[in-house]
Write a protein that binds this ligand. Structure first.
Ligand SMILES: [Zn+2]
Length: 445
């Protein structure tokens, strides 16, 4: 489809800084083929579709660098619990969740992502698609991604000893899922060792080997809570979780490490030496009472910082606008410095830095000629954007995601004027209510 987005205020990047200029964007064959100034109006009859973006901001879709889409049914299920109590109460239900459940619950998360401007997410899930299924409920998370049109990097949560049959069952299912879906260019796969406390060194070493043999990146939770620091230290001669993972060699794979709330100065050096990208999850960290990651130190050390919502069990929303706002406010508050982590910083975390973490710099998270057409259009005729004193500041401090009206991924329109075009919203809500009832999750108050 040849698409024209006309007369929008376009969020561009020049020498690492954001700029806004009014113009027209031409999309052909999944990519942005041309960006024209408003003085250059193309012939509209040359296009299959024209979107009038007057009074609108056209910007790159947001990249959620760490989440668990299947957990959408856990929102408001295990609130106000300490970390390991929370983890235990979630794990009991997770054991009962089927691949078919994961299809519907992933779609529920994807609906919220699309409606609030996320076009790409990095996921750690617990069920792979059932043998040979690419679409429909049996295709689990990968089916939800294929059918919804969103872009995703899917990983399967891996735990246990390398000698454990169950660990290998998960790895083999994951690899089969990755092979099955290598025809979908919006869908990539990554290895997802869960955390240092659930993955012994033997498993991390095997995962590294599989990653190297198959050209896969890794994503892992590290140093999320004080309890994790104590557990790893007491079982491993006092070392930190970051050192534990580094010693296993996992960081030889391109890696996104989520949380790092308790990272030490030495940990930050290790992360930098190994070129590890860091996914901040401020809302999840606060909700579980884990504290705040040393984001300013990450920034000063030159780490690639991206941003994730984490799953709905610990955040309760997949809204990246809320995450951007919290990221800026929390770290200013924690550092007692108003200049710490500004609006431009968090916008980069959610766009270009996310793309860098995926080794898709210049392809995602940016509006430029040749980049993939993952674009969101926001209504500027809303109280959050009036007056237009500073649109970058407004995106971070005023917007709430409800201003997103149109979403394009890979050149395809997934939502137009707030109407979802690829997902039967009501059907997903009905199925997720049924799942929550079957798992005895409802009516907790
Ligand atoms: Zn997580």
């Amino acid at each position: 489809m040849k698409l024209l987005i006309k007369n929008g205020k376009i969020l561009l990047q020049k020498n690492d800084d954001f700029t806004i200029s009014t113009g027209n964007i031409i999309i052909e064959d999944r990519r942005i083929s041309k960006i024209l100034p408003s003085s250059d109006q193309p012939q509209e009859t040359d296009f299959d579709k024209v979107i009038d973006a007057s009074s609108s901001l056209v910007m790159p879709g947001l990249i959620n660098a760490h989440t668990h889409a299947y957990m959408s049914i856990f929102k408001n299920y295990a609130d106000d619990l300490e970390f390991f109590d929370w983890l235990h109460s979630v794990e009991v239900v997770e054991d009962e969740i089927t691949a078919e459940d994961c299809y519907w619950t992933s779609l529920l998360a994807i609906i919220e992502m699309i409606k609030t401007g996320t076009t790409c997410f990095v996921d750690i899930h617990i069920r792979s698609s059932i043998k040979g299924k690419k679409t429909g409920p049996e295709a689990a998370a990968s089916g939800a991604v294929r059918e919804s049109g969103i872009r995703a990097i899917l990983s399967r949560g891996l735990v246990g000893e390398a000698s454990d049959k169950e660990a290998w069952r998960r790895i083999n299912e994951f690899m089969a899922d990755a092979k099955l879906n290598n025809d979908c260019d919006r869908l990539r796969f990554a290895l997802g060792p869960h955390a240092p406390y659930s993955c012994p060194e033997s498993l991390l070493k095997e995962i590294k080997k599989i990653g190297q043999e198959n050209g896969l990146m890794a994503t892992i939770h590290i140093s999320e809570s004080e309890a994790e620091m104590e557990t790893i230290a007491s079982n491993n001669n006092g070392i930190t979780p970051v050192k534990f993972v580094a010693d296993s060699g996992l960081f030889d794979l391109p890696t996104i490490a989520a949380h790092l709330v308790k990272a030490t100065d030495d940990d930050i050096k290790i992360l930098k030496e190994n070129n590890v990208s860091v996914a901040l999850n401020p809302r999840s960290n606060m909700k579980l009472g884990n504290g705040f990651a040393p984001a300013k130190k990450f920034q000063d050390a030159g780490l690639n910082i991206c941003l994730g919502t984490d799953g709905n069990g610990s955040n309760n929303t997949q809204n990246m606008f809320q995450e951007m706002q919290f990221a800026s406010l929390v770290y200013k508050g924690a550092e007692k410095k108003a200049k710490c982590i500004d609006a431009e910083d968090v916008l980069k975390f959610a766009t270009t830095n996310g793309a860098k973490a995926l080794n898709m710099e210049d392809q995602l998270g940016v509006i430029k000629e040749g980049a993939l057409a993952d674009i969101i259009i926001l209504d500027l005729n809303t109280p959050e954007f009036v007056p237009e004193n500073n649109l970058i500041g407004a995106l971070c401090y005023s917007a709430n995601g409800s201003e997103v009206k149109t979403v394009i991924v890979n050149g395809d329109i997934l939502m137009e004027d707030k109407k979802l075009l690829t997902i039967d919203e009501q059907k997903v809500y009905q199925e997720c209510e049924k799942i929550a009832k079957r798992l005895n999750m409802t009516n907790k108050n």
